[in-house]
Design a protein around this ligand. Structure first.
Ligand SMILES: Nc1ncnc2c1ncn2[C@@H]1O[C@H](COP(=O)(O)OP(=O)(O)OP(=O)(O)O)[C@@H](O)[C@H]1O
Length: 349
């Protein structure tokens, strides 16, 4: 990935997890945004506290960088319980999961990130564990193999997934509570930024926070990352004070534009508009036009462009919307996709 790409990637980059750990809110009251999820979760936790029982298992779905891991840590903190963290891809065999489940203590929180990527045998073991706090351990091989039931301590599973649709129904149904994490509003990201600036000792002004928030693609992880870059710039060129002008100049330098689009996003849209008259054009042709692999265009650039309503994926190819034309200061042609009087010809795939 290029430097610019790393700047707006929702995935953690380099040694970022270490820095992120210092910026995580520790309690539910400090967690910004996601109001509905927060309210629902505080009810689940409060009633568990009153019943003196571990709460129902919790599933969190939403894109990377929206705070799923943070929320899992908060759940454990609010319950005063220890937390064990693992991820779907690490649970290749049922034995991997059995080793964890059989050593959980009562009330412990087990966090499984990317739970949709767990191997099938582990998944099946999890069903029984979630429902009856029991696992069947298979001893021996072949016809002589026997299965020994083993009781495990009551625990709370917190699963996180970016792809809730990929979870098999029997697994999804065993969660008592599902939290859908949405992209954040600009005002919420401003709060995230002010909080992080306090922790980092950065002098972030109101209008500076607004400018960074607008360019953060609705994602706290990206907001925090842009803040660190802007702070570096401000220290060297503006006595450490982050105003709107300073934030804008820094992010322009890093080629993250006013809407959070970076160089690849813009290259894709410009090719679509200027070389193909707004489309429709096939993915591979578009990729050649910007000198990238089709996967890079499809996985890295398109999701954000689609979400922003700038690009549509249609059965006939990629199309620039009326909004995309306007973003580049161009007049959308009559019947441009998404224009008010537009034909609404294409269905998004
Ligand atoms: N609601 C929030 N308030 C304040 N900071 C937040 C919030 N949500 C996320 N963050 C910050 O954003 C960063 C990324 O969050 P986190 O690691 O929890 O995301 P995630 O959804 O688990 O992402 P991934 O699935 O990619 O690990 C952390 O530094 C965290 O402090």
């Amino acid at each position: 990935m290029s430097v610019e790409r790393d700047l707006v990637s929702p995935e953690p980059v380099g040694d970022e997890p270490v820095i992120e750990a210092t910026l995580r809110p520790k309690r539910l009251s400090e967690f910004i945004g996601q109001q509905r999820v927060r309210e629902q979760l505080s009810l689940v936790l409060e009633s568990a506290r009153r019943r003196r029982r571990p709460p129902d298992h919790v599933l969190m779905s939403g894109g990377p960088g929206l705070g799923k891991t943070t929320l899992a840590l908060i759940i454990a903190a609010e319950l005063g319980a220890p937390i064990r963290m693992t991820s779907g891809p690490a649970l290749e065999r049922a034995g991997d999961l059995a080793a964890i489940l059989s050593t959980l203590t009562e009330g412990e929180v087990l966090f499984i990130d990317e739970i949709h990527r767990m191997a099938r045998p582990a998944e099946e073991m999890l069903y029984l564990a979630m429902e009856d706090f029991r696992i069947d351990v298979v001893v021996g091989k072949g016809p002589g193999a026997t299965s020994i039931p083993l009781e495990i301590a009551p625990f709370t599973l917190v699963g996180a997934t970016t792809r809730a649709g990929l979870l098999p129904a029997p697994l999804r149904d065993r969660f008592g509570f599902t939290a859908h994490m949405d992209f954040y509003e600009v005002a919420e990201l401003e709060q995230v930024l002010h909080r992080s600036a306090r922790l980092l000792g950065a002098d972030l002004r109101e209008d500076g926070a607004h400018e960074i928030a607008k360019r953060s693609r609705g994602t706290p992880r990206i907001a925090n990352r842009l803040l660190r870059r802007v702070r570096d710039y401000a220290e060297v060129r503006a006595q450490g004070v982050i105003t709107r002008e300073v934030a804008a100049a820094a992010l322009d330098l890093y080629e993250v534009d006013a809407e959070g689009l970076d160089r690849l996003d813009r290259a894709v849209l410009e090719a679509l508009l200027r070389k193909f008259g707004g489309g429709p054009v096939g993915l591979s042709t578009l990729a050649v036009a910007v000198g990238e692999e089709p996967e890079t265009v499809e996985i890295v650039a398109e999701p954000f462009l689609v979400r922003q309503g700038l690009l549509a994926r249609t059965p006939r190819g990629r199309v620039a919307t009326a909004l995309a034309w306007k973003h580049f200061g161009l007049t959308p042609p009559p019947g441009a996709y998404g224009a008010e009087a537009g034909p609404g010809l294409f269905d998004d795939q």
